[in-house]
Ligand binder design. Structure first.
Ligand SMILES: C[C@](O)(CO)[C@H](O)COP(=O)(O)OP(=O)(O)OC[C@H]1O[C@@H](n2ccc(N)nc2=O)[C@H](O)[C@@H]1O
Ligand SMILES: Nc1ncnc2c1ncn2[C@@H]1O[C@H](COP(=O)(O)OP(=O)(O)OP(=O)(O)O)[C@@H](O)[C@H]1O
Length: 267
């Protein structure tokens, strides 16, 4: 069985407080985008993991798909499987690629071995693998709060716009990004702001990670400025960076940005 875990962008991200468990409470809008990995699971004589495409840093045992397998194995009598992950979603980009693989792995195992898990139960497993994972179980636009793993459904359809994603050659670890932010309560929640006209988002909606990341990595700041220069209605870093997306009325010409950046058009 095969499926195609997709990435997400964050439209706005407010870090509101530091929690006693070392994590942070936040609010954000998660929006799925069409940059995808390929994930295949085949029943086999022993558990194995094979990767292709972009190199994944870290040990195989720490891959979120393998962690997902062990998590489910504690509760279900699963046979060994061979997992093949073809990595295409940029890593350390704020696109949630690893989290998506983990969530799609849980969904795939649920279907393949008829585990009978509900969406809520799959989200509970996903939360244990990472704050971003639970979103990818339903994989539809949501307002997320607490650790980013509790959700309210929203109505947001950007399919009439061209979303372009630019990935500078800079990779930022999520914990590094959190360590540079001072949490603060919000004046107006994204839950309401997201319904303001997109033309107004520029002055209303921000990503709290940007200030510190822009200070330390001026190239990322430069990409955002270039997207506005190219006519973006709204541009922002996604999640903890370093990828930056722009929302345009029409697909822009970003040839000037091609050197040093990977560009994904119409995601
Ligand atoms: C930046 C975001 O992508 C926004 O969507 C997420 O908050 C990150 O989610 P994630 O990568 O799934 O994060 P996890 O793997 O659970 O945590 C990685 C590290 O990020 C920090 N972290 C993450 C989520 C959160 N609400 N507060 C945090 O402080 C913690 O230092 C944690 O050790
Ligand atoms: N399946 C996987 N794909 C990519 N990275 C993985 C995977 N499993 C574990 N990891 C580890 O997670 C780290 C970051 O993964 P990911 O690409 O999800 O980060 P990110 O783009 O910053 O996402 P986020 O938006 O969740 O912060 C990698 O450095 C790698 O060590």
């Amino acid at each position: 069985m095969i499926n195609f875990p997709n990435a997400k962008i964050n439209i706005g991200l407010n870090i509101t407080e530091r929690r006693a468990d070392g994590y942070h409470n936040l609010e954000t809008i998660f929006y799925p985008i069409q940059i995808k990995d390929a994930l295949e699971v085949i029943e086999a004589g022993e558990l194995s993991f094979e990767a292709s495409g972009l190199g994944i840093p870290g040990r195989v045992e720490d891959n979120l798909c393998i962690k997902g397998y062990h998590l489910l194995k504690k509760d279900f009598d699963l046979p060994p499987v061979k997992i093949h992950l073809h990595k295409h979603i940029p890593i350390g980009a704020g696109l949630g690629g690893g989290s998506s693989d983990a969530a799609f792995f849980i969904r795939l195992m649920n279907d393949k071995f008829r585990l009978g898990l509900t969406v809520d139960q799959m989200q509970t497993y996903a939360r244990r693998l990472g704050a971003d994972c639970a979103f990818f179980i339903e994989n539809k636009p949501v307002f997320a709060f607490e650790k980013g793993d509790e959700f309210e459904t929203i109505k947001l359809d950007l399919s009439g716009y061209a979303i372009v994603l630019v990935m500078p050659d800079i990779h930022i670890s999520t914990s590094e990004a959190y360590s540079g932010v001072k949490p603060a309560p919000v004046r107006q929640s994204l839950y309401d702001l997201i319904y303001e006209p997109i033309e107004d988002w520029k002055k209303l909606i921000k990503n709290d990670f940007e200030e510190n990341i822009f200070r330390n990595h001026s190239a990322v700041r430069g990409v955002k400025a270039a997207l506005y220069e190219a006519g973006a209605i709204y541009a922002s870093m996604s999640g903890s960076g370093a990828s930056v997306f722009g929302i345009f009325r029409q697909t822009p010409d970003l040839s000037a940005l091609e050197a040093g950046n990977q560009i994904f058009y119409n995601v």
